[in-house]
Design a protein. Structure first.
Length: 410
């Protein structure tokens, strides 16, 4: 696989601007992983109840992805981004009255609105990033953009966890109010810049297929497998992120503030993995890279299950082994979302990329599966819930192997 430039000079500024959005939603989504422990402690709720944070947030993706795609198709990428940012800011500002009345339901409503905004941003930015340059480097380009998503994800737990767990009476509205102001400013910037509306190249496609794009996509085996693999990845990745602090504190290995810092460090590793993966996939086929990483994540999950069960006591050095394997998993899973996403799009006609991207952006609904992990943790202990992400990574490996065997393997 020969090296090709990541993007064209005429698309450099739009590529930089759109990549800033990846940072914003990475930061916002990773803050959820600290909120679970915060709400559990301050509102005296169970893990199952705290998992409603993920259910409300990621259900919004499922509900808004297709409307966002239709909006973007009709009004363009720039307006889609601006509208998403405004929803994002509005949800963040709702935390101000929410903190005054300390209502869990108000917090959940605010998180739902924020997630609706993020659905618009991701539906616009992910396919747009793949189009800003040569098709041959679309996967590498999206991995580079997603690396800044990893940067935002790593800073979220560090900043939010450090703030919430360092003082007993921390005001939750402050970080969200600051974020709302920042997002509103970014919305103003995007409302004044000119993002090129890139038209996909013309292709010879059956008229019947264009009239019924969903039918065509649903008959595409590789795209459907990619959709399933992306859903499975989201189940695994979001569940692990959301469970991290709850797991290590529940096992008695770390305090909440220490756990949030370790999560932040793990997400820095995640970010580094995306930068590294973006560089490697300029010369290695994405399907091959994905299969290696999926095997690494499967092995990590198995070792977490094994080593967690063998920890002798809370103070034993062996308690660091499961944490170490969690961190290894972050390296392995780092390239999965952008790689599966761009591979799946490679198997559809370019005229259907927008519609296909909307379907792919429904997959964060997999984050609702954290509810199952919460139920398992409350009823059968903290260790066995890791079987859920293990199963998700097995599906990802199956997709990677199938793609490598395909004659059209990306």
């Amino acid at each position: 696989m020969s090296k090709t430039s990541l993007t064209n000079r005429k698309y450099l500024v739009p590529f930089i601007l759109i990549t800033t959005l990846f940072f914003l939603w990475g930061f916002a989504r990773s803050m959820l992983d600290v909120l679970n422990q915060h709400f559990k402690d301050t509102l005296n709720i169970s893990i199952t109840q705290s998992s409603l944070v993920q259910v409300c947030s990621y259900l919004a993706y499922f509900m808004m992805a297709i409307p966002a795609g239709i909006f973007i198709s009709r009004f363009g990428y720039r307006r889609g981004v601006v509208f998403g940012l405004l929803l994002f800011a509005a949800g963040a500002f709702i935390f101000i009255p929410g903190a005054q009345i300390e209502s869990f339901s108000v917090y959940l409503g605010a998180l739902f609105i924020i997630a609706c905004g993020l659905a618009f941003l991701e539906t616009a930015a992910n396919p747009y990033s793949t189009l800003l340059g040569p098709k041959e480097t679309a996967t590498s380009r999206l991995n580079l953009s997603q690396s800044f998503n990893g940067l935002g994800s790593s800073l979220g737990p560090l900043i939010m966890g450090g703030y919430l767990f360092s003082q007993a009476d921390a005001d939750l509205s402050i970080p969200y109010a600051v974020m709302g102001v920042v997002v509103a400013v970014v919305a103003v910037i995007f409302s004044r810049v000119n993002l090129p509306e890139i038209q996909n190249e013309e292709e010879t496609v059956e008229v019947e297929a264009i009239k019924h794009p969903l039918k065509m996509l649903m008959s595409n085996r590789m795209f459907l497998f990619g959709l399933l693999a992306l859903l499975a990845y989201e189940v695994s990745e979001i569940s692990i992120n959301s469970y991290f602090v709850l797991f290590v504190t529940g096992m008695g290995w770390l305090a909440a503030d220490g756990a949030s810092y370790v999560l932040g460090l793990s997400l820095f590793i995640f970010m580094g993995g995306r930068f590294l993966g973006s560089w490697i996939m300029r010369s290695v086929k994405p399907a091959r890279m994905l299969s290696w990483c999926a095997m690494g994540s499967i092995l990590s999950m198995l070792m977490i299950l094994l080593t967690s069960s063998s920890v002798q006591d809370d103070a034993s050095w062996t308690r660091y082994l499961p944490i170490a394997f969690l961190m290894v998993n972050y390296l392995c899973e780092s390239i999965m979302f952008p790689t599966i996403y761009s591979m799946a799009l490679n198997y559809v006609p370019s005229r259907l990329v927008g519609r296909a991207g909307s379907l792919l952006m429904m997959t964060p609904v997999g984050g609702c599966a954290f509810l199952l992990m919460g139920i398992m943790a409350d009823n059968i202990g903290y260790i066995l819930p890791f079987f859920l992400p293990l199963c998700g990574f097995v599906v990802v490996l199956a997709f990677a192997i199938y793609a490598r065997m395909s004659k059209t393997s990306a």
